[in-house]
Write a protein that binds this ligand. Structure first.
Ligand SMILES: *[C@@H]1O[C@H](CO)[C@@H](O)[C@H](O)[C@H]1NC(C)=O
Ligand SMILES: *[C@@H]1O[C@H](CO)[C@@H](O)[C@H](O)[C@H]1NC(C)=O
Ligand SMILES: *[C@@H]1O[C@H](CO)[C@@H](O)[C@H](O)[C@H]1NC(C)=O
Ligand SMILES: *[C@@H]1O[C@H](CO)[C@@H](O)[C@H](O)[C@H]1NC(C)=O
Ligand SMILES: *[C@@H]1O[C@H](CO)[C@@H](O)[C@H](O)[C@H]1NC(C)=O
Length: 354
């Protein structure tokens, strides 16, 4: 007995030494950018919808089942792409949601993203309240005033904001919670997919120029994933294809124009760097191609979804191996995909922005 205890003590000591050393490394290494701001939709929302009147909120189990703090409002089973990017950048805590951030948090960045939100203000309104991209920018403008107060004056705030990294993941809802919901929105009778992509890009262009005027100089902008392959759309029928081709074709038009916009922004604002992140070109492509080829475990959600919202029903068990699934619910990828997307985006940042 005594011998066994003796053996355990040095092991415990060793572990605490390792943990202590790791914490020291974390504390000593400054992140690669002093601040990281996140704008977008449920793919990167980390709790901004929790207090809103909307069906697009998920602060209950089984969401974030695989996250130490439990449900936070993230629309996946664990960390999202923005969380992985923050970790890779060297932040020792997650970037907090705007809705609940403390005054001292704001200096290292905030997350403004809101589930069901879009480039267009009306997008997602059939689900309830949400913070559209325009409103996210208004919130950021408030943050800027607060940063100026914290740092003493506007000049030092501007200097600080110019060193931050900005990450945009938005546009999916302008398709799945707008254009492809003709029962709620008139956009598909007003515009062809080509015209719709153009009006979305015009508005996004304005929004990104506003961000530039707010002092942003390192801006990453994500293209959209294959929305025609999400379980919610597959459930409506695919005419025999692996995915809903009309939706993927419309998304491709948007992505092509977005890439041109990013080139244009780089030409016009030579003191800033804008980077386009191609969601279809990233590593999860291989996974998505499995979805396209119809391997069912990858195209089926990992929880029991509500047939009104497509989100997981509260309190029910999930599939046993989340990492075998691309989708957690009918709309949102698992942490596995978020990790691949976040890691690939970070690799691009290293080449272009950092
Ligand atoms: C940002 O806020 C300032 C006041 O703090 C205001 O003067 C300005 O018009 C706002 N800009 C935008 C684009 O909303
Ligand atoms: C702003 O604050 C910085 C840092 O405190 C200081 O160096 C600078 O002179 C200030 N600028 C103005 C215009 O007050
Ligand atoms: C199925 O095909 C019909 C006729 O070509 C087309 O109108 C419809 O949009 C297609 N539906 C999907 C989900 O692709
Ligand atoms: C870039 O500048 C050109 C020429 O002034 C202008 O037509 C275009 O709208 C600008 N684009 C952006 C995204 O600012
Ligand atoms: C959706 O819910 C209704 C009522 O609860 C039920 O009758 C129907 O079978 C469900 N549909 C699917 C596809 O599960």
């Amino acid at each position: 007995m005594a011998l066994a205890v003796m053996n355990i003590i040095p092991i415990i000591f060793m572990f605490s030494l390792i943990i202590f050393t790791n914490l020291q490394t974390l504390a000593l290494c400054a992140p690669q950018v002093p601040c990281f701001f996140v704008f977008g939709d449920s793919l990167v929302d980390n709790g901004n919808n929790n207090q809103l009147k909307t069906e697009a909120k998920v602060n209950y189990l089984p969401y974030v089942k695989d996250f130490p703090q439990g449900p936070t409002g993230r629309f996946t089973n664990g960390r999202n792409a923005a969380d992985f990017i923050a970790e890779l950048l060297g932040f020792d805590t997650f970037i907090p949601p705007f809705a609940t951030a403390q005054e001292n948090d704001i200096i290292k960045g905030l997350n403004y993203a809101s589930g069901s939100a879009g480039i267009r203000d009306e997008t997602g309104e059939q689900l309830g309240d949400r913070i559209s991209l325009d409103r996210q920018l208004v919130n950021h403008n408030h943050t800027i005033s607060r940063i100026a107060r914290l740092l003493g004056n506007g000049t030092s705030a501007e200097e600080h904001l110019g060193k931050c990294l900005y990450y945009f993941v938005v546009g999916s809802n302008d398709y799945i919670n707008n254009y492809y919901m003709p029962e709620y929105y008139p956009t598909s009778s007003k515009y062809t997919p080509e015209e719709y992509a153009t009006v979305l890009i015009q508005q996004y262009s304005q929004q990104l120029r506003t961000l530039y005027n707010f002092g942003a100089r390192k801006v990453s902008i994500s293209g959209l994933g294959p929305l025609g392959c999400i379980p919610e759309e597959l459930a409506r029928g695919t005419n025999g294809s692996a995915c809903v081709d009309v939706i993927n074709d419309a998304v491709q038009l948007f992505n092509d124009k977005l890439e041109l916009l990013v080139n244009d922004l780089n030409r016009n604002f030579t003191d800033a760097k804008f980077i386009y992140i191609d969601a279809l070109d990233l590593k999860p492509e291989e996974l998505f191609s499995l979805v396209r080829s119809g391997i069912s475990i990858l195209s089926k959600p990992c929880c029991k979804v509500s047939n009104s919202t497509g989100q997981c029903v509260s309190g029910l068990p999930t599939c046993p191996v989340r990492d075998l699934h691309v989708f957690f619910d009918n709309f949102h990828p698992t942490e596995l995909i978020h990790k691949a997307v976040g890691t690939a985006a970070y690799t691009e940042f290293l080449k272009v922005i950092l």
